[in-house]
Design a protein around this ligand. Structure first.
Ligand SMILES: Cc1cc2nc3c(=O)[nH]c(=O)nc-3n(C[C@H](O)[C@H](O)[C@H](O)COP(=O)(O)O)c2cc1C
Length: 178
């Protein structure tokens, strides 16, 4: 296990007048379609996970990605302690998994959805066609979220299933090109 990580708390305050409401922001950001991931880590011996759509690739060499976590996300503290996390990219039948790991009830998530893990690695959901094991590279504070940068340590790409999409609060189907 990689061990506890420190959080880079450098933030810059500006004098930009704040005219954007959270409702407007949510609507604008929700217009941008994304995939859906389950970010997993360990709380001691216990697997924990959260649905995260704020995920992107950052760098090819070295292989870096980022996920944005709400500061109040229950997996935040375990992730900071463990220093490792996994990104499980969901397939198009995974909306139920996204809801399960995205709601308030933390229990039963891993009872219902099977997982396995490599030594030193994060919990890997059996149902995820793509899994990326990461070591935390750094964590930046950004407003009410954290930008967690991970260095990819291992990939398991087990299927070419169509990915799950997230758009305007719903899970539309990806239409193949005509
Ligand atoms: C589709 C979807 C996308 C989400 N994306 C994020 C995200 O990018 N970052 C995040 O911190 N939480 C995200 N969440 C919310 C967390 O999954 C959720 O807050 C967390 O699992 C714990 O729930 P609680 O805050 O109600 O305890 C998302 C939820 C859903 C359903």
């Amino acid at each position: 296990m990689a061990g506890p990580v420190t959080v880079d708390t450098m933030t810059k305050t500006t004098d930009v007048p704040q005219t954007i409401t959270p409702k407007d922001w949510r609507a604008a950001m929700g217009y941008f379609p994304s995939g859906v991931t389950i970010v997993t880590t360990w709380d001691g011996e216990t697997p924990v996970g959260s649905t995260v759509s704020a995920f992107t690739s950052v760098s090819l060499e070295p292989p870096l990605l980022l996920v944005c976590l709400d500061k109040s996300n229950p997996i935040r503290a375990p992730l900071e302690r463990a220093g490792v996390f996994g990104v499980n990219i969901l397939h198009e039948e995974g909306a139920q998994i996204a809801r399960c790991f995205g709601g308030p009830d933390q229990t039963q998530r891993f009872d219902v959805h099977a997982h396995r893990a490599h030594p030193e690695g994060a919990p890997q959901l059996e149902a995820a066609p793509v899994f990326i094991d990461c070591v935390v590279e750094n964590i930046h504070v950004a407003g009410d979220h954290l930008i967690v940068v991970g260095r990819g340590a291992r990939i398991e790409h087990t299927s070419a299933a169509t990915p799950l999409l997230y758009h305007k609060g719903a899970f539309p189907k990806l239409h193949p090109p005509e």
